[in-house]
Write a protein that binds this ligand. Structure first.
Ligand code: NAP
Ligand code: MG
Length: 496
């Protein structure tokens, strides 16, 4: 293990956790994989190996599913909603207790700045507390048909659910799935991304400490192949909730179709338009435009990666955005810069290839575009990059880059920009900046995206449904919508 380059003293629990071969959680036992195979998780800030992680294969996933199924039928089904609520709340409190440890692990594993990791972990706590409240409020209805019949509906848990999460918000997205799945009475098999398994494995310890019965939550680690596929192909998993790329989302649907037709909900990629009209409050717009473009080093599905600015204010917006972008600090997450590294060398290459393609297809680089050299050369650091282009069918306008690259262009009219905003296979989010209230609502009506932000960006709350349209996915997480996602509705007919 090498946790070199740390400019802070890590919490003792962080150091101990990394030293003691992080384990998977199956049936409340900390286990290695049956084959004893492992893979390395790295610190993307310097390329060093943080820990060796168990690589789960079919046999391990089978054990996890078996434990989850047994827990579902023998235990979890019989735990009262109010007790479920207590357990979920306990978990939230344990995460709060170990906040510092989880923040450090997330920063080391993913690269993100400490204060951004803290925001994620606190978001996970808020989510758990929100869904702890739901356990006791999942109700059915009674439906009038005719007088000699009683018809009522029940919302029942699905059974065993597979939760597959990406590397960009590792703990937070795991909790976005775990919290409602547990509140609805399901048992879970969770797989974090291979680049960022540490916080999920630490969470495993807290799940046991919180008092969850054995098998209710199981956590397995490994890459898409074999671990992810063993979950999505499994014949005894009732649902997959997946967040990740559109490409893998397609594979998950195929796996479901080719196995037991398990339910699938997908949160996938995006290429969200961020539209600025000339009647916008420019101070408000320019206060955070660099963040809605580059937060998490651009590795966020909802970022406003296509900026459209109305002609008369275009030069001013571009000038201020450039000024703020070149001032963003970049460095190791533990030094709390504005931006950390890309999560992996592979991601750095993918994004660099897009930058080359952008140049070849005629994009004009306003700033950035290069990998960082010098003392950061061992890490996967890329400068935040602004591309100016008027070619709507350029690859950098069409495809999700998932790195610190934003494209900016100008528009003349409302109709023109709505057409551009919708000219994408994605439909995750969109933002509009204007003081004209009716223009804002017309934009919200006409743009085909799951979340529309007016005079703000990246607004989230556990209570508000989130999820994409078109190839950005299906199903809504958060709020009451997630209760529908993790339950099935049964109709009961009684002839009186
Ligand atoms: P990814 O490559 O699709 O991987 C996501 C997860 O799926 C990982 O755990 C991955 O495992 C696993 N996986 C890969 N192949 C699989 C297979 N054949 N069967 C089952 N599981 C498989 O995505 P990523 O690179 O981690 O994340 C980036 C993508 O996620 C971006 O496209 C981004 O837009 C999207 N995203 C969307 C949202 C949203 O809410 N809409 C949020 C965050 C990210 P390994 O990584 O371990 O191989
Ligand atoms: Mg890592």
């Amino acid at each position: 293990m090498n946790t070199s380059n740390n400019t802070i003293n890590l919490h003792k629990k962080t150091v101990d956790f990394l030293k003691t071969s992080p384990s998977m959680l199956i049936n409340n036992e900390e286990v290695q994989s049956g084959s004893k195979k492992v893979f390395a998780t790295k610190n993307p800030a310097n390329g060093s190996v943080l820990a060796e992680i168990p690589l789960a294969e079919d046999i391990d996933v089978n054990m996890a599913v078996k434990a989850a199924r047994k827990a579902f039928t023998d235990t979890w089904k019989h735990v009262k909603p109010s007790e479920k609520s207590d357990l979920i709340w306990n978990l939230a409190e344990l995460i709060e207790r170990d906040l510092e440890v989880l923040v450090e692990l997330e920063t080391l594993d993913n690269g993100k700045p400490l204060n951004k990791a803290k925001y994620d972990v606190l978001g996970a706590v808020a989510h758990l507390k929100y869904y702890a409240g739901w356990c006791t409020k999942i109700e059915g209805t009674s439906i009038p048909t005719d007088t000699n019949k009683l018809v009522y509906t029940k919302r029942e848990p699905l059974g065993v659910v597979g939760l597959i999460v990406p590397w960009n918000f590792p703990l937070m997205i795991a909790i976005w799935k775990l919290a409602p799945a547990l509140a609805c009475g399901n048992c879970c098999v969770l797989k974090p991304a291979e680049q960022t398994p540490l916080t999920a494995l630490y969470l495993g310890k807290l799940i046991v400490e919180a008092g969850f019965p054995a098998g209710v939550v199981n956590i397995v680690t490994g890459p898409g192949l074999p671990t992810g596929e063993a979950i999505s192909n499994h014949m005894d998993i009732d649902k997959i909730s997946f967040t990740g790329s559109t490409e893998v989302g397609r594979k998950i649907m195929l796996s479901a179709a080719n196995s037991n037709l398990k339910k699938v909900s997908l949160e996938l990629g995006g290429k969200s338009p961020n539209v600025i009209f000339n009647d916008a409050d420019l101070d408000l717009v320019l206060g955070g435009l660099q963040w809605s473009s580059f937060y998490n080093s651009g590795q966020e599905c909802t970022l406003g990666s296509r900026i459209y600015v109305q002609e008369s204010i275009y030069e001013e917006v571009l000038k201020v955005l450039k000024g703020k972008t070149i001032k963003m600090t970049i460095g190791e997450g533990i030094e709390n810069p504005d931006l950390g590294p890309m999560v992996s060398e592979e991601q750095l290459k993918t994004v660099s290839n897009y930058i080359e393609k952008g140049k070849k297809e005629g994009g004009n680089i306003i700033c950035g575009g290069n990998r960082l050299e010098g003392k950061l050369a061992d890490g996967y650091f890329l400068e935040p990059t602004i591309f100016e282009t008027d070619t709507e069918d350029a690859t950098i306008v069409k495809e999700e880059i998932f790195g610190p690259v934003v494209v900016i262009s100008k528009f003349k009219t409302f109709d023109e920009v709505v057409e551009k905003a919708n000219d994408t296979k994605y439909g995750l989010a969109a933002a509009v900046w204007t003081k004209d209230i009716s223009k804002a609502h017309r934009f919200a009506n006409e743009v085909d995206a799951g979340s529309i932000w007016v005079n703000g960006y990246d607004l989230f709350d556990a209570a508000v449904p989130f999820g994409g349209f078109k190839q950005s996915g299906n199903g809504k997480e958060m709020g009451k919508s997630a209760i529908d996602l993790y339950t099935k509705e049964k109709a009961v007919w009684v002839v009186l």
